[in-house]
Design a binder for this molecule. Sequence first.
Ligand SMILES: CC(C)(COP(=O)(O)OP(=O)(O)OC[C@H]1O[C@@H](n2cnc3c(N)ncnc32)[C@H](O)[C@@H]1OP(=O)(O)O)[C@@H](O)C(=O)NCCC(=O)NCCS
Length: 286
Amino acid sequence: MEREKNVHEITIAGYKQIGQSNSVLPSDMVMSALECGGRVSIVDGRVRVAWRTGNGQFACSDDDYNHLVQRFEDTDQLYTFNKNNKPQLQTNDTFAEILGIDNVNPTSWEITSGGYVFRPVAKEEYEAVDIIRKKTFSLEGPTHQVYDIIEAIGGYIGGVFDSTNTLVAFTTVLPAYDEMLPNNQGFLLDMIGVSPEAQGKGLGQHAVKVVTYIAEALNKPWIKLTYDPLSSKLSGFYTGLGFQPITFYKDLYGEGYDRFLAILDLSNSSQKNRLVSDRSKWRGIR
Ligand SMILES: CC(C)(COP(=O)(O)OP(=O)(O)OC[C@H]1O[C@@H](n2cnc3c(N)ncnc32)[C@H](O)[C@@H]1OP(=O)(O)O)[C@@H](O)C(=O)NCCC(=O)NCCS
């Protein structure tokens, strides 16, 4: 196959290049794909993304396949999206109790606590996610295709619903591949947003605990995320949940934003014990 000429693969510091290219995905999502071990190429001015899936393989859209496959040495590594059935959660009553979770449905992933339900968001509810995303991150742009991709690669859009079935918080979780971390495969907690009127009631903390439960229930030994090191709120929020900042990235995306990379390592008994022993400090949903 003849190689396309105007192609270059970009790195995590390439935010600007993505912004200046033609992309069907928002730039922050393309950077998330890179953070999860994916590969991004700009081919004739157009951004093409190969996502890293839950089993460590690469997956892309039908449209991107022909442009990307020639960049991969072993062509077998690249697949077009193949949406699999959601795996069942391996339930763990003790861990659920530690995390303050009342009930878990291993098939539907419906997890209840304190009158709130955490469950994967249905397609017809994407609009409600967009509203909170806009209020909490001031982000607009194409999202529904992104949410479909997240599902197709083995991630999920999790929502917290109140007793009237109104969405009050959301999380986007992506499978992540990282050779520096145990078992190489875990989750990236990409976004968490709590509706402004519902903030400060313990819902954000609860949502992260549920994501932690799901990671454990799927044998993912770690969750990673990045946050603004200047935010004492986020620092208190994540370290209070047992996350440990392990790396400081100066200008991570080449856009002037510094970031801490923080990990919750469930395979590390001292970090897991910390999660358990800190339970007394958690105030629950209020
Ligand atoms: C960050 C966010 C998810 C937290 O959710 P929340 O429901 O408001 O937070 P919680 O009530 O669960 O708070 C848990 C802990 O976070 C910290 N925290 C929360 N709000 C805080 C504030 N305004 N100032 C300082 N610390 C704060 C505290 O340690 C708190 O524990 P405590 O209540 O025992 O003191 C939410 O505020 C949000 O959506 N912010 C906008 C989007 C965002 O920044 N997302 C994260 C991007 S990395």
